[in-house]
Design a binder for this molecule. Structure first.
Ligand code: PLP
Length: 304
């Protein structure tokens, strides 16, 4: 289960901006790790599903929003590795045909439970979780897949990077990816997380909970590039993503990786990344969500 013998590619980006600032930028293409369980989802699900199997659990229960990459990946992983899956979805007005993400999760056999936004708030309540754990005899994975086992999987990314670097960047949604990266860094290295949603303090707390005290200072969340909140965007972001694809042939999604690379370029332009540094940007996948995003906003972004 979850064998990936080949490291995902590390692609050097050449760009006049980068050379003018003496910055070496590489993209770690974790979006290519698998066709369905992509990016950080592969890393975060790995040890959770291994644990579920060890416990003899047959049902995986997890949570997500309408376009959740985590829901799509969990449904695909459950199908592939022989688990049943249940997705608790935020939005009682939705159904399995509401968008391509939910359609695919449903087609992969995930049972979708649509709950109101108010009920969805119970997803972290120990009482509610216990009730569901017992009712479904399920292994429960938190929203976004972020827990300590997830950070263990994310940390393995660092073992695949055969290059001295100063910064590693990732998008931040629930914080597990950033915590996992920071937990494997040397003191002179730093993980920069680009918030994909509003939540100053809240996101910091989420990351802090997943990270041992000695690693706290090896990460920082940048809040300047969330574009007004989750899935919010503007023409500048969309044209940056399109331009990046045209120039480098690497698709980015507008919810997570697009905001991260946009933010990183802006920080480089403004001299906030020091000259001479080597930066790795982690491509965390998320390309499955582009179809639904295009449909909703009438856009034409390139997906996987
Ligand atoms: C494609 C993608 N990148 C990054 C993230 C953020 O990762 P994390 O939730 O671990 O902060 C998510 C999900 O939240 C995601 O779907």
């Amino acid at each position: 289960m979850f064998e990936n013998s080949n490291p995902t590619p590390l692609v050097a980006i050449s760009d006049p901006l980068l050379s003018s600032k003496g910055i070496s930028l590489h993209i770690k293409r974790d979006d290519l790790i698998d066709t369905e369980i992509t990016g950080n989802k592969w890393r975060k699900l790995k040890y959770n599903l291994i644990k579920a199997r060890e416990q003899g659990t047959e049902i995986i229960l997890t949570f997500g929003g309408a376009y959740s990459n985590h829901i799509a990946a969990t449904a695909a992983a459950a199908k592939r590795f022989g688990f049943q899956s249940i997705g608790v979805i935020r939005g009682e007005e939705l159904n399995e045909n509401s968008n391509p993400t939910l359609q695919k999760a449903h087609a992969d056999g995930m049972q979708l439970l649509f709950v109101s936004r108010a009920d969805y708030l119970f997803r972290t309540s120990p009482h509610w979780l216990n009730m569901h754990r017992q009712e479904y005899a399920a292994y429960i994975i938190p929203e976004g897949g972020s827990n300590h086992l997830a950070t263990q999987g994310v940390r393995e990314i660092l073992h695949e990077i055969d290059l001295e670097f100063d910064y590693i960047t990732c998008p931040v949604g629930t914080g597990g990816t950033l915590a996992g990266l920071a937990s494997g860094l040397h003191p002179h290295q730093k993980a920069l997380g680009f918030a994909a949603l509003m939540g100053e303090d809240y996101l910091e707390k989420e990351v802090a909970q997943l990270l041992a005290p000695e690693f706290q200072s090896r990460q920082e969340i940048i809040h300047d590039y969330q574009f007004g909140g989750y899935a919010k965007h503007n023409p500048e972001l969309i044209s940056f993503i399109q331009g990046f694809y045209d120039q480098h042939g690497i698709p980015l999604d507008p919810i997570y990786t697009g905001k991260m690379v946009f933010g990183l370029y802006d920080m480089i332009k403004k001299g906030k990344i020091e000259e001479g540094k080597t930066v790795i940007a982690l491509h965390t996948g998320g390309l499955q969500g582009i179809a639904g995003f295009n449909e909703t906003f009438g856009l034409n972004l390139v997906g996987s």
